[in-house]
Ligand binder design. Structure first.
Ligand code: NAD
Length: 332
């Protein structure tokens, strides 16, 4: 089977090629993303494989159907970039990677939190300049503070457990609470307002849906404690960036760690170091001394990459050979 794989970097190609049974697939790796202008590159393929910033909207899916391509395999968990209704209507099967190392993503949350709170990035730069002063580097103990976790799915749960290990109180909000897990790890479910009002650290672990779009906006930020640290490794549009910038300027928000950004498409994953950044809000965010941004790298561990590759290859082969998809992969 020939598979057109969009938006690939060297590490994706290496992981996919190394997966079991991957040699029975004829891979066509592209570095560009799937969209209306690039969909034609998939001609001759039987399946298309995409990542978080590719676009599989109605127009793109119609073109795929015209080219007789009936499998779209996502190399990620979230599927907010795919029009599932259109795929269903066009008879295109859509699979995803329902689970890969949630530790990779949860540990990145903690890396951002500790980096921000203890100002590691500022200290690193200072020491390289032979500036050994500690002024401005005061953080706070996580021990005894309160963390609020929005979404206690696979990643939110691991994050909560790690933060409990620091001796933090952990509050959680999820429309589908898991009382047994909460009991076991000493996590307390509360309503959204209580979580916002009582947390010193807020971390987002919900999928991006119409209901969660701008979950963090002016009104939510106003409920939060002055000095709160907000971490978002889930999806950029969970936060209204304009409102976040206002709250950072006023000092209401004390620190922000972002691995995702609402307009990240075309910026994150790319080397734009020789170009003028066109996104003024991202440029503003980068200027704050208390904002730490990574470019969607929370998933980037060896374990997660090989989990993603293994599930993707299994799903691709299940489609052609009629075997079973990895549980939870089949979206339509
Ligand atoms: P999951 O499906 O296991 O968990 C999501 C949880 O959110 C569920 O428990 C669900 O009930 C809850 N939820 C839904 N709507 C909610 C709401 N309005 N308020 C509170 N909770 C709500 O997902 P997961 O594997 O834990 O992943 C979470 C998100 O992390 C994914 O959707 C994806 O966007 C993101 N992610 C990012 C990276 C990265 O590299 N930065 C990697 C993997 C996943």
């Amino acid at each position: 089977m020939t598979v057109a794989v969009y938006d690939t970097k060297g590490y994706d190609r290496a992981a996919l090629a190394a997966a079991a049974n991957a040699d029975s697939i004829d891979w066509r790796f592209f570095d560009f993303r799937l969209g209306p202008d690039s969909v034609h590159a998939a001609a001759e393929a039987q399946a298309v494989c995409i990542f978080v910033n590719d676009s599989a909207d109605h127009t793109v899916l119609e073109k795929l159907a015209e080219m007789d391509i009936s499998l779209l395999a996502l190399r990620c968990t979230g599927f907010n970039n795919v029009d599932l209704d259109a795929a269903k209507a066009l008879g295109i099967t859509v699979t995803r990677v329902p689970v890969y190392s949630p530790y990779a993503v949860a540990e990145h949350v903690v890396a951002l939190l500790l980096g921000l709170n203890r100002k590691i990035y500022r200290a690193y730069n200072r020491v390289r300049e032979m500036n050994f002063s500690l002024n401005g580097l005061v953080g706070f103990d996580l021990f005894g503070k309160t963390a609020g976790i929005f979404g206690t799915g696979k990643i939110g749960k691991i994050t909560a457990q790690i933060l409990r290990g620091f001796g933090m109180q952990v509050l959680a909000f999820d429309p589908f609470p898991q009382p047994q897990w909460a009991n076991e790890f000493g996590v307390r479910y509360v309503d959204m307002e209580t979580l916002a009002a009582q947390s010193d650290v807020v971390s987002l672990h919900v999928p991006l849906t119409p209901e969660t779009h701008y979950l963090i906006r002016r009104e939510t930020l106003a409920l939060m404690k002055r000095g709160v640290i907000i971490i978002n490794v889930s999806r950029g549009a969970l936060i209204d960036t304009t409102a976040l910038i206002e709250a950072l300027k006023s000092g209401h928000v004390g620190g922000v760690g972002l691995d995702v950004y609402e307009e990240e498409e075309g910026v994150f994953f790319e080397d734009l170091s020789g170009q003028v950044l066109q996104d003024d809000e991202l440029a503003r965010l980068i200027t704050f001394p208390n904002v730490l941004i990574t470019a969607h790298q929370a998933f980037l561990t060896e374990e997660a990459l090989s989990d993603i590759a293994r599930t993707t290859v299994t799903n691709l082969l299940a489609f052609t050979r009629g075997g079973a998809y990895v549980e939870g992969s089949l979206l339509v």
